[in-house]
Design a protein around this ligand. Structure first.
Ligand code: CP
Ligand code: NVA
Length: 306
């Protein structure tokens, strides 16, 4: 049994399969063709933090695969009343076939997975957001072909998204440029990237313009992630020079893409002219969450399909 708790939980070869499968699943979805490979399977979705995209993409995706969904939150389940996570895992995984969890500490999802009878998927933790990077790389491939050897610039917080990009660069062999304000660097121990594919690399820059130079993709995220709201004011001040604007995009290659996992704050981490401009692929990126996660759930439950 396989879990998907961090990006490095799948190999480059498995990613190649999942991306190809997601492309097929997307094509069938667009053609209104049924793809009921998970009929009678049930997905439990556990949300301890807010969500729009993750909820809709997993829920709609599971129905489209012929399965069904149970939606739990901290507030409306015993999870919020201190039932041990292991007890919850043992019970939920006896009644469902696959579980998606969005929570705070990565250790929480690891404890759940350790006793779960079914595959567990990370729908975002403080440390990682692998489903989002799965969608981002699929989106890059759709627009520009293979990401291997390309350069991705991460501008902003050294957060769950940045950690996950680090793992992806090592695994899939692309160059990652990261620029964060001082005090908000990526924790390389947490990210503990997968053994590096010889063609991948990771470099930090104090100047975000330099990180963007020659990049094929420029990407950012909110300055304050969920769970860190108390730091909002301090972060606003520290991140003021880390707004992705037209000048930064101009430092990248002329046809560079812009991505943002959303939700976005125009005028903070990104200028409206960039996120709503011609290089932005944020709506494809959001939609692709659903297609890649359908491929992921199918792979975790059924393995490779012909
Ligand atoms: N990008 C993302 O995970 O969005 P939600 O928080 O809306 O799920
Ligand atoms: N880094 C953000 C991503 C939201 C999808 C957060 O954790 O809140």
């Amino acid at each position: 049994m396989k879990h998907y708790l961090q990006f490095k939980d799948l190999s480059a070869d498995e990613y190649a399969y999942v991306f190809a499968r997601a492309a097929l699943i997307k094509k069938k979805f667009k053609a209104y063709e049924k793809h009921h490979t998970l009929s009678d399977r049930t997905l439990a979705m556990i949300f301890e933090k807010a969500s729009t995209r993750t909820r809709v993409s997993f829920e709609a995706g599971m129905y489209q695969l012929g399965g069904s969904v149970v939606h739990l939150t901290t507030g409306d389940s015993q999870l919020g009343r201190a039932e041990p996570i292991e007890d919850s895992a043992k019970v939920i995984s006896r009644m469902t076939d696959i579980v998606m969890i969005r929570t705070f500490e990565q250790t929480k999802i690891e404890r759940f997975a350790a006793v779960s009878r079914v595959p567990v998927i990370n729908g975002l933790t403080n440390e990682f957001h692998p489903c989002q990077i799965l969608a981002d790389i699929f989106t890059f491939i759709e627009h520009r072909g293979s990401i291997q050897g390309k350069t991705v610039a991460w501008v902003g917080d050294g957060n769950n998204m940045a950690n996950t990009w680090l793992q992806a660069a090592a695994l899939l062999g692309f160059h990652l440029h990261v620029s964060t304000p001082s005090g908000y660097e990526v924790n390389e121990v947490t990210a503990a990237a997968a053994p590096s594919n010889a063609s991948g690399s990771y470099k930090t820059f104090s100047d975000p313009m330099k990180a963007c130079a020659g990049a094929d993709l420029v990407t950012t995220d909110v300055w304050t992630s969920m769970g860190f709201e108390a730091e909002n004011e301090a972060r606003r001040a520290a991140f003021a020079s880390w707004c992705v604007d037209r000048t930064m995009m101009a430092a990248a290659v002329p046809d560079a893409l812009f991505m943002h996992c959303l939700p976005a704050h125009r005028g903070e981490e990104v200028e409206a002219e960039v996120i709503d401009g011609p290089q932005s692929v944020v709506w494809d990126e959001a939609e692709n969450r659903m297609h890649v996660q359908k491929a992921l759930m199918e792979y975790l439950l059924l393995g490779r399909q012909n």
